[in-house]
Write a protein that binds this ligand. Structure first.
Ligand code: C2E
Ligand code: CA
Ligand code: CA
Length: 748
């Protein structure tokens, strides 16, 4: 009865009453069975039987009485427990004396009032204690003490009642036989009651099972789950124990605050609308948890459910994502975004403390060639090595960032300027020289540095960056491998360059371009075989601008594509007027080779100008073969199929690789003019010319010497076996009119 009563206390109001009814039923029938087992054990002077109806009524009385007693309203105070005891005692007494009325014996029953009253009072006291203990005690004692006291109370009432009873035999009453119907029926009844009580207990067991199932349910989730009642953990799953680093046993009855440290500083079991971040109190740095707290009704009381999740891995991933967003994946250096942020901070700091800030913009020399020739994996390795060098050169407060392919930038804080930047640049060049020896290591790269210093070169980050870039541009054009400090003069140059870019875009439409033609002659007999078309730009303010100063700009801005097409059309149109044995050589930029439709463009121009393809020679440099080699080769084959000749121009300056010569059937090699001009001085130039001619002979290629200015050079060129020659000695690049008259003169 008390077990069931304890269960009822854990339910909500509606179910609590049902459980109280079940408890009254089990308790009442249990007391009733105790009473009648004792009656059966009675061996007195007279034989006794029992009236079934009254006996049944006695059982109903006690069940209903107890039910009423258990349902008394009010809190768990002493008044209610005593009232419950009083009604229960009355019900038990009523059961007892109605049960006595049910006895059938050939005797008169007399009661002695004193022990009856004394027994009832004692029982009431015992039951009073039982119900009070039930309210006050916890754990097992809560069931066992009340059960024992009640058992005692029932026995006291029964035996005091029996001792107060005397049976006086009366022969006038009908005789009752031993083993009569009444007794047999009673044995059955007691068995049924005992069975009923057993079933009640089993119900309790099922309830217990149901409650442990809830625990199993909690085990099924990966989250840590704990149920807290009045600041103590009453249920917890193993995941929770594992997360906070202890055992389930240790957690039961403990205050969760002892294990968790919450970001909002509030008690753990406080219900929150939003999950809160938490850490283990013992080891706050090991894990980051997320704690959600909800109030639920559990076993009839409001409880808090703590759901604990391990966010450590997610937080780590999140940290990595934000790291990746601000760092270069290859070198792990800060990227452009982070650099900009740090630069802004540095500028604010510089303005506040009147300390200078220096920006060093770096660009790698030769890097693009390394990347093209040795592949991206090698390029990546070089970039990592460079990042490593730079980081070793700066001090802890400085920042090294990678802001583009081979562009790095250093933010130098404090110190004396410009000495600080100069010393840092020297340190960088020295380290580069030590670790990247361009003379022996084919993948070694160098660097150029542009320096700008606040506040003399700029007061905000953007201006300073821009100044450093301009200085870098100067450093690169000054021959690379040097550091250049910004000065306003550079800015003017840069502006001019931009102006030139704009002017160049309009050069065609403004009719400022024309071609000069330089003859190519047979090296031995001097007979002209054709002309090379060379672009000229007559600028309205600057006068004649030479291609070396505007072709690179045109290549960078992309206007070379339009220019190149114009040159080709113009050259073919002119050559079509010449005698058919004269060829026309046109220079094609590597940038044009990156276009997919170069061959189609050439075919179209040839058709339009009506020039025989065999008369056209396209001059390309090795750099064209470096990028997208397969695409370039494809284009070359298409051109070759048109019937156009392909000349390898400026050979000896670039990579001069034999494989470049072998990978495509060129029609001619042109030795760069720098070798011809230095041939006379002895040195290696002549040996190189000889080697190139030998290379050409091996591949069955004619070799042209360009830039022949003197008779001595002409002689050497013939001696070394060059078949064709070009240079001021034979003719300067000139306008078509001059050439036409010359041809006319020759013909004449
Ligand atoms: P390149 O293809 O090597 O052209 C030969 C250059 O050498 C021309 O300079 C020419 O005037 C110069 N030259 C010829 N003979 C001698 C000589 O005996 N001594 C010296 N010192 N120089 C001589 P230019 O016309 O200034 O052209 C320079 C470069 O500009 C060319 O070098 C070529 O790479 C590029 N270029 C010129 N026109 C075009 C064009 O239409 N398209 C493209 N893509 N590039 C062009
Ligand atoms: Ca050329
Ligand atoms: Ca050349």
């Amino acid at each position: 009865m008390f077990t069931l009563l304890a269960r009822s206390a854990e339910c909500d109001a509606r179910r609590r009453n049902s459980w109280k009814a079940v408890a009254a039923f089990a308790g009442g029938l249990g007391i009733w069975a105790t009473h009648f087992v004792a009656m059966l054990a009675y061996r007195g002077a007279v034989v006794m039987a029992f009236d079934p109806l009254l006996t049944a009524l006695s059982s109903v009385i006690v069940v209903l009485g107890l039910w009423g007693a258990l349902r008394l309203p009010g809190g768990g105070g002493i008044v209610r427990s005593q009232a419950t005891a009083l009604i229960s005692t009355a019900a038990i007494a009523a059961m007892h004396y109605i049960g006595m009325q049910a006895t059938r014996a050939a005797a008169q029953i007399h009661y002695n009032a004193e022990p009856v009253i004394l027994g009832i009072i004692t029982t009431d006291l015992l039951l009073g204690a039982a119900f009070l203990f039930f309210e006050r005690l916890t754990g097992w004692g809560r069931v066992w003490w009340p059960a024992m006291l009640t058992f005692l109370g029932v026995c006291v009432l029964h035996f005091s009642g029996m001792s107060a009873t005397s049976f006086i035999p009366d022969s006038s009453l009908p005789k009752v036989t031993v083993g009569g119907l009444g007794r047999i029926w009673l044995i059955d009844a007691v068995s049924i009651v005992a069975g009923a009580v057993t079933i009640m207990t089993m119900v309790a067991v099922v309830i217990d099972r149901y409650l442990t199932d809830l625990k199993g349910f909690a085990e099924a989730t990966l989250e840590g789950v704990a149920i807290v009642r009045e600041g103590r953990i009453v249920e917890v799953n193993s995941a929770f124990a594992q997360l906070v680093g202890t055992t389930e046993k240790a957690l039961i009855g403990a205050n969760p605050d002892n294990y968790l440290l919450l970001a909002d500083g509030l008690p753990t079991d406080m219900t929150r609308n939003m999950p809160v971040e938490a850490a283990s109190r013992d080891n706050p740095n090991l894990h980051i948890f997320e704690l959600a707290v909800r109030t639920i009704e559990y076993r009839g009381r409001p409880c808090q459910v703590l759901a604990l999740r391990d966010l450590t891995a997610q937080k780590e991933a999140q940290r990595q994502v934000s790291h990746l967003a601000l760092h270069d994946a290859l070198t792990d250096l800060p990227n452009r975004t982070l650099f900009k942020e740090q630069l802004d901070h540095a500028m604010a700091w510089a303005a506040r403390t009147r300390n200078p800030v220096a920006i060093l913009a770096l660009d790698l020399d030769r890097f693009k060639a390394v990347n093209d020739l040795f592949g991206h994996a090698e390029g990546d390795r070089v970039l990592k090595a460079v990042a490593d060098i730079l980081q070793r050169c700066v001090r802890g407060v400085d920042t090294v960032a990678r802001i583009g392919g081979d562009e790095f930038v250093i933010l130098q804080l404090g110190g004396m300027q410009p000495d600080g930047a100069r010393l840092l640049s020297e340190r960088i060049f020295k380290t580069f020289k030590e670790e990247m020896n361009v003379a022996v290591d084919p993948v070694a790269v160098g660097t150029s540095i542009g320096v700008a210093i606040s506040s003399q070169d700029g007061h905000d980050g953007e201006t300073l960056r821009h100044a450093a870039d301009i200085a870098l541009y100067r450093a690169k054009s000054a021959g690379r491998g040097v550091a250049a400090f910004y000065d306003p003069e550079m800015d003017r140059e840069a502006r001019e360059r931009r102006q030139l870019e704009t002017d160049l875009r309009h050069a065609i439409s403004r009719n400022q371009l024309h071609l000069a033609y330089q003859p190519l002659v047979n090296a031995v007999n001097g007979v002209c075989s054709g002309y090379e078309a060379l672009l000229r730009w007559s600028h309205p303010d600057r006068g004649e601008v030479l291609p070396d100063s505007f072709i690179p700009i045109a290549e960078e801005t992309g206007s070379i594509i339009a220019l190149g097409e114009w040159v080709l059309r113009e050259a073919c149109l002119t050559a079509a007027q010449w005698e058919p044995h004269l060829s026309i050589a046109v220079n094609v930029s590597p940038v044009q080779f990156r276009l997919a439709n170069l061959a189609e463009m050439v075919a179209k121009v040839l058709a339009e100008t009506n020039l025989a393809p065999i008369r056209l020679q396209l001059e390309i440099t090795e750099t064209a073969l470096m990028k997208d080699r397969m695409i370039t080769l494809g284009t070359l084959y298409k051109l070759k199929r048109l019937g156009v000749s392909i000349v390898m121009d400026d050979f000896g300056t670039g990579y001069s690789s034999l494989s470049n010569l072998q990978s495509f059937p060129f029609d001619k090699i042109k030795i760069d003019r720098s070798f011809i001009s230095t041939m006379e001085g002895g040195g290696s130039a002549r040996a190189i010319v000889r080697a190139i001619v030998g290379l050409g002979r091996g591949l069955n290629l004619p070799v042209v010497a360009e830039g022949v200015e003197t008779e001595a050079q002409h002689k050497m060129v013939i001696e070394e076996g060059c078949t064709e020659a070009q240079g001021y000695l034979f003719g300067r690049p000139g306008s078509m009119m001059v050439i036409a008259s010359k041809t006319f003169a020759e013909a004449g």
